[in-house]
Design a protein around this ligand. Structure first.
Ligand SMILES: [Zn+2]
Length: 249
């Protein structure tokens, strides 16, 4: 079976001590394709090395919306230099996070728009982080048309439809495993299979308290998604694999 992790931070310092074991477990579980999100120099250097070693790994690069306390304009120039140097496969994660960083709203909007414009300039898809900011995010996505993936989706069916109309596919993470995850389950049941992605956000968003999430854990999310859709895990993995290939072509 081939599984794809549409959003993980394999370059994270949290994997520095045992990254190769984490990747061995991942490959042994059938997770051969992954989007490695890099939002720091440390993560980018690791991520770029991993992409060289693993043909199924894609590199995504951005300034994260939770990282704008120091929102100097030069950071965008630096990002552009990294794009020219590393040739990422995607921009991300970028977006708006009004939940954890309500005090940097204006900077977030500016950096989000600027990164969408970079994605357009380099013809790259975008991996989008939106938290408690869906109205502003949708307005920006419509005004700066790109394509890509909405990461870790937990909103309504209606909102998912608007994002899809704006050119974005919808990705689900481990939050669907929680008993109170009524809304994302509804969305999984309703959206077209051709618009669906699955992700871990490893090392973050573990469904188990005090456990570092890793890409091999994605199987549980696939199982739950297949159960909700009423299809086999083979059908689901085949569909997600196709989606994964399509987004990079
Ligand atoms: Zn993430």
């Amino acid at each position: 079976m081939k599984y794809c992790d549409a959003h993980c931070h394999l370059g994270s310092g949290q994997f520095d001590n045992d990254r190769s074991e984490v990747i061995d477990r991942m490959l042994a579980s059938g997770v051969r394709d992954a989007i490695i999100i890099c939002c720091s120099e440390h993560d980018l250097i690791k991520g770029a090395m991993l992409r060289q070693e693993h043909p199924g790994f894609r590199l995504a690069l951005s300034i994260h919306p939770q990282d704008l306390e120091d929102s100097r304009e030069e950071r965008l120039a630096e990002l552009q230099r990294c794009i020219e140097t590393y040739h990422p496969d995607m921009i991300g994660e970028t977006g708006l996070d009004y939940y954890s960083h309500p005090h940097t709203k204006e900077a977030q909007k500016h950096f989000f728009i600027s990164q969408l414009e970079l994605a357009r300039q380099y013809h790259l898809p975008v991996n989008i982080h939106i938290r408690k900011a869906s109205a502003d995010a949708l307005e920006i996505l419509k005004a700066h048309p790109c394509r890509g993936i909405i990461h870790s989706y937990s909103g309504s069916v209606e909102m998912a439809e608007l994002y899809m109309k704006a050119g974005y596919d919808i990705s689900f993470g481990a939050s669907i495993l929680f008993p109170n995850a009524r809304r994302p389950r509804e969305v999984i049941a309703k959206i077209p299979l051709e618009r669906l992605f699955i992700e871990t956000d490893a090392p973050y968003q573990s469904p188990i308290r005090n456990h570092r999430h890793e890409p091999a854990d994605i199987l549980r999310i696939y199982e739950e998604t297949a159960r909700i859709r009423g299809i086999s895990i083979e059908q689901l993995s085949e569909a997600v694999y196709k989606n994964f290939q399509r987004i990079f072509n």
